[in-house]
Design a protein around this ligand. Structure first.
Ligand code: ADP
Length: 467
């Protein structure tokens, strides 16, 4: 039994589907046939009983008619009448109170098939005599001088044959249905599973050849076609994310390589001839320390970017109050850069957005930092604005700094992009600030845009839907 269960469990889905559909259709067919059979059988038996009742009434009326005045002695005279009303496959008997036969007529039923029996109330009995089904009706009869029983015995063989034929037809139809449902089940299972097989094959190919493989999608709009489309979309996302990760690692290693090469250069110079030269030693150590500091900053920023790209920080956000957060960020920033003059125009009072205050502050600090970094000395004028418009909060950070050339503007939001490598190196930027800001803003459903004129200044605009 356990072995059978195990074998059934390990059966391919195709066979499971076929067997289940065959089994269910067969049960349906068999129960419907059985029901029909029972109903037909009952109906024919009822009909037979009705017929017997009619004969019974006719015989009783004749016997109890005062004109005939039958008694035990002359009841045998009714034989002629009984013969006239009797039909094929039927036996009519009149019995006395002790069950002795007084009159009997029969057509095709031998007397000895059924033993005579007198009764005191009406009864119906069915009996089998070899392959014949016999229906017996017995009813008491009483005239003024005679009390006995009328027995009508009928061979329902004809109806039996009919019922047998019906049963045979149903059996043949049942077996035919079973074969058809098996074939249908096999075809349906095959059709369904071919598509699943295609997806499985594609997965195998992906394992062998890489992420570019896709499932061929049929024109149908059924669940399996949708599964194929979803699978392809998933693969697109995975491929894109894989490429991004690859690009990120390549970019990051490229960026890390420069400070490492500088440190290595200084160390080998010291190793060769700087050990005893205090000036070279001092210079190289200072330069190396600066690069290490830069490396530290770069690694911290890379971590920040990776965090901004991951989805985990999305959970359980305390909405940020925009103006409050800007005020706080500007205040903290002013402490670090006392020479910068701020002009604030905050008109989004009370508005909150679906972003954690920490991240909004981080974005604003990145923008303020850039505004200061890329302003000319003595011209450190930064303007911060907030306003509400069409269900959105708009935040703008503008400066009167050196601006960004139009050719570079589309790329400054990319990772590691710097307008002027030499210039930025002096200012210590890694080209990651705006990339981090963009990831954070987009993650919370916001939008970031840059507007800049070289030599005149830059404006960075953020917009978020109001909560
Ligand atoms: P970084 O850390 O180098 O500042 P960002 O991603 O913040 O990196 O900026 C990318 C580049 O965009 C910078 O190298 C700089 O050339 C340019 N940039 C960003 N903000 C400004 C600004 N306010 N004014 C002028 N140039 C800017």
């Amino acid at each position: 039994m356990i072995r059978i269960q195990k074998a059934l469990r390990n059966l391919p889905i195709r066979w499971k589907l076929t067997l289940w559909s065959t089994f269910l259709i067969f049960i349906l067919f068999a129960s419907s046939n059985l029901l029909q059979y029972v109903v037909i059988n009952r109906w024919t038996m009822g009909y037979e009983k009705q017929q017997l009742d009619l004969y019974m009434t006719e015989v009783r009326t004749y016997l109890t008619d005062p004109k005939t005045a039958f008694s035990v002695n002359n009841v045998a005279d009714s034989q002629e009448f009984l013969a006239s009303v009797n039909v094929k496959h039927q036996l009519i008997r009149i019995l006395d109170a002790h069950g002795r036969v007084l009159a009997s007529v029969s057509r095709d039923i031998p007397e000895n098939w059924i033993k005579p029996k007198s009764v005191s109330s009406v009864e119906y009995v069915t009996k089998r005599h070899w392959e014949n089904q016999i229906l017996i009706a017995r009813a008491p009869v009483a005239t003024q001088s005679f009390t006995g029983t009328i027995e009508i015995i009928r061979n329902t063989e004809i109806f039996d044959k009919f019922i047998d034929t019906v049963f045979l037809v149903m059996l043949v139809a049942g077996v035919g249905g079973l074969i058809l449902s098996f074939l249908g089940g096999t075809i349906i299972a095959k059709q369904l599973l071919t598509k699943v097989q295609i997806i499985t094959d594609t997965m195998h190919r992906i394992r062998q050849n890489g992420l570019m493989e896709r499932v061929p999608v049929s024109k149908n709009n059924d669940e399996l076609a949708k599964l194929g489309i979803l699978f392809n979309e998933l693969m697109n996302d995975m491929e894109q994310s894989f490429m991004q990760q690859k690009q990120f690692v390549e970019d990051a290693s490229h960026e890390l390589r420069t400070p490492l090469a500088i440190i290595q250069g200084h160390l080998s110079m010291l190793n060769r001839w700087g050990k005893n030269d205090s000036i070279v030693l001092e210079k190289s150590l200072q330069a190396s320390l600066k690069e290490v500091e830069r490396l530290n900053g770069l690694v911290a920023e890379l971590l920040e970017l990776s965090r901004a790209e991951s989805d985990q920080t999305k959970v359980a956000i305390e909405p940020a109050c925009v103006d409050e957060t800007i005020e706080r960020a500007a205040k903290n920033f002013q402490v670090l850069h006392p020479t910068v003059s701020f002009s604030k125009q905050l008109k989004a009072e009370g508005a909150t957005i679906h972003m954690s205050a920490r991240h909004l502050e981080q974005v604003i600090v990145i923008l303020l930092d850039n505004a200061v970094k890329y302003s000319r000395a003595g011209q450190q004028l930064v303007r911060i604005e907030s306003l509400l418009k069409e269900g959105n909060v708009h935040i703008r950070v503008s400066d009167k700094g050196i601006g960004i050339p139009a050719a570079d503007l589309p790329f400054v939001l990319n990772r590691f992009y710097r307008v002027d490598k030499a210039r930025t190196r002096k200012q210590g930027g890694n080209g990651l600030g705006l990339a981090i800001a963009k990831r954070l803003v987009n993650k919370y459903g916001g939008h970031i845009a840059l507007d800049s004129v070289e030599g005149e200044g830059t404006t960075v605009s953020l917009s978020f839907p109001i909560l």
